[in-house]
Ligand binder design. Structure first.
Ligand code: C2E
Ligand code: MG
Ligand code: MG
Ligand code: MG
Length: 290
């Protein structure tokens, strides 16, 4: 079926197909080819989209953006990150791919910041896979990237999941502490879905916690979920962290989050991931609020 379809069709793979090694191998070799041509420029068919994170105050000004990777494969069509990220991780391709994401996202934010009305505290959030974090020169790479783009450390937010820390908490702590000491923002992504959330909060200096969208989307129907969200917000804020609610799709969810006192929100209701050309230069908060 794959051959007959046009290259511009977005394909979702059947669960069984996703798991087959044949399919994984095809994805891996296509990605390898895409990265091989990258050399100087961008890997073939890969690009970033940006989703706004809004402050939940009067005019809902934008605090920053999360960079999300997209792949339009010339052979396979549009492939979801849920399909290609795990394959890239297993095939040893996530490091070169992730390096490119970091540089591309920083360059984009630097371009936005060069507009004089831009909020100098805007951030770009970059998702970082465990293998990236565990590279001995990861901190150096991040600092080199900030240096070459002219971004301040607080303009960059690194998003890791609980799983990233699980493999080797000692090494992860060293890397994260070094980044934190430099002033880079650190975010714990998909919070609440992993195994050791609470010990990580106690032992790591994250600047931000992102409540997984499964909690946000369960809030309306389930009062117990609502209580869990409320408690996570209080807990995060009590530890001096910013708390972001992910996956806000409905105005009822937004109203509830506002009532709970969550200050930051991300989701289709407020803004979908967009190409950089669709994003207007974000203004300083005081200009947005008038
Ligand atoms: P994530 O980091 O938790 O990113 C949030 C995901 O939720 C994104 O999916 C985003 O498009 C989606 N989302 C945002 N708002 C809503 C909403 O209101 N409703 C729903 N249903 N979904 C919403 P996406 O872009 O498909 O990415 C999926 C995951 O792939 C990301 O989850 C992240 O773990 C991974 N990923 C994406 N880009 C990168 C990357 O550059 N590097 C690495 N290592 N992983 C990445
Ligand atoms: Mg993320
Ligand atoms: Mg997330
Ligand atoms: Mg996720």
């Amino acid at each position: 079926a794959a051959k007959g379809e046009g290259g511009d069709r977005c394909r979702t793979f059947e669960p069984e197909m996703r798991r087959t090694s044949l399919h994984r191998n095809r994805l891996a070799s296509s990605m390898r080819e895409a990265l091989a041509v990258a050399d100087q420029g961008d890997p073939d068919g890969f690009y970033l989209v940006y989703q706004p994170i809004h402050r939940l105050s009067e005019e809902r000004p934008i605090a920053g953006y999360e960079a999300l990777l997209r792949w339009q494969s010339p052979i396979l069509g549009a492939v979801s990150p849920a399909d290609f990220i795990p394959v890239a991780e297993r095939a040893g391709l996530i490091v070169p791919l992730g390096d490119w994401v970091m540089r591309r996202a920083c360059r984009q934010l630097a371009a936005w910041l060069s507009i004089s009305e831009a909020d100098p505290d805007l951030f770009v959030g970059v998702n970082v896979a465990p293998q990236q974090l565990y590279q001995p020169d990861f901190v150096d790479k991040v600092l080199a990237c900030l240096d070459s783009t002219g971004l301040a450390p607080h303009n960059l937010k690194i998003e890791v999941t609980e799983g990233s820390i699980l493999d080797n908490a000692y090494v992860a702590a060293n890397v994260l502490n070094a980044l934190r000491a430099q002033g880079v923002r650190l975010s714990i992504d998909d919070f609440g879905t992993g195994f050791s959330s609470l010990s990580y909060l106690a032992n790591f200096q994250f600047s931000e916690l992102k409540i997984d969208r499964s909690f946000v989307q369960g809030m309306i129907a389930n009062p117990r979920t609502r209580e869990v969200v409320k408690t996570i917000v209080t807990l995060g804020q009590g530890l001096g962290m910013s708390v972001v609610a992910e996956g806000v799709e409905r105005s009822e969810e937004l109203a509830l989050l506002e009532a709970i006192g969550c200050h930051l929100v991300q989701g289709y209701l407020l803004g979908r991931p967009m190409g950089p050309d669709q994003i207007l230069p974000p203004l300083r908060a005081e200009l947005v609020c008038g």
